[in-house]
Design a protein around this ligand. Structure first.
Ligand code: BEZ
Ligand code: FE
Length: 294
């Protein structure tokens, strides 16, 4: 293999992978190499630009740690996350649509009973959330595990630990609960607010250079799991938010835009006397049966 030129380099790289015994890996890498080479040819990538790209990816790696996932932000802001989510979650139109997971999900969030307050001191106007989890025929899904997580009134997640960056993370405004026998669930939390995705790193510089903003419309994340059904990762977006049509990560679906209803001080749905305004949100999720259960 000598004297490879710009016309033969792609075939040469593909040829040395012919011994790969993992068919899927070969398929994925073949596509990646073909498209990467086509891209470099199409834009006539310069050496300076190539060096810049290597440096950019190096910086993405350096800023990434247990709490900051710059590669996820890069994938999200390039639309790759939403593309992968969408093409892997095709389902009946009655089912609740999926969106990106994002970088702020945390395993093993605290468990709550229905009716409890998951905010755990996170700041924001109170919000009472109710809903059901159902299957496509309307059957209640009892015992479904629901993970919820959200930002506070300043647009920060607990894991961002803005006040004390080095402190141990305390779980706030996130939790796990299970649906009741009729498929219902209810909990208290706070009103989510719009926030900019972390933009003090290379992805923020990229957005800036491209004339893009880093904002996401206010939303509440859900990850719902139940035996016999496909897991659902999604979020609900606050109707009226100014960023619904320019979400930095392209994740808004009309079917997920919901009214958070504002109430003046009074008695909350769970009987709690409220001396400040509060919100209510109600939404029913519809799960797709898993392929193995059909
Ligand atoms: C989120 O909604 O938590 C999120 C999603 C993508 C990028 C940044 C944040
Ligand atoms: Fe979020």
């Amino acid at each position: 293999m000598r004297n490879i030129n710009e016309d033969t380099i792609t075939q040469a790289v593909l040829a040395v992978m012919s011994g790969c015994r993992d068919n899927r890996l070969r398929t994925v890498m073949t596509g990646l190499i073909q498209h990467l080479h086509s891209f470099a040819r199409e834009v006539k990538l310069t050496e300076d630009e190539w060096r810049y790209a290597i440096d950019f990816l190096t910086r993405v790696g350096h800023i990434t740690d247990d709490r900051r996932q710059e590669f996820v932000l890069l994938s999200d802001t390039l639309g790759l996350s939403m593309l992968v989510t969408t093409q892997n979650n095709r389902k009946a139109s009655e089912c609740t649509e999926a969106t990106v997971l994002g970088p702020f999900f945390v395993n093993d969030a605290p468990s709550y009973e229905n009716g409890q307050d998951i905010s755990n001191g996170a700041r924001g106007l109170p919000c009472f959330v109710t809903g059901h989890v159902r299957g496509i025929s309307g059957e209640p899904v009892a015992g479904a595990e629901i993970d919820v997580w959200q930002s506070d009134e300043d647009g920060y997640y607990d894991v961002q630990n803005v006040a004390q960056p080095d402190a141990e993370v305390e779980f706030q405004a996130r939790g796990r609960l299970h649906t009741l026998p009729g498929g219902g669930f209810h909990f208290r939390s706070i009103l989510p607010e719009a926030y900019p995705i972390p933009h003090d790193g290379p992805v923020g510089q990229m957005l800036d250079a491209l004339g893009r903003h880093p904002w996401r419309p206010a939303h509440l994340h859900f990850w719902i799991k139940a035996p016999g059904y496909e897991p659902l990762i999604t979020h609900l977006f606050r109707n009226g938010d100014q960023y619904l049509d320019s979400d930095a990560v392209f994740a808004v679906r009309s079917s997920l835009v919901v009214d958070w209803i504002r109430h003046e001080p009074g008695i909350a749905p769970d009987g709690t006397p409220m001396n400040e305004p509060y919100y209510t949100l109600d939404y029913d999720f519809v799960l797709q049966h898993s392929a193995s259960a059909q």
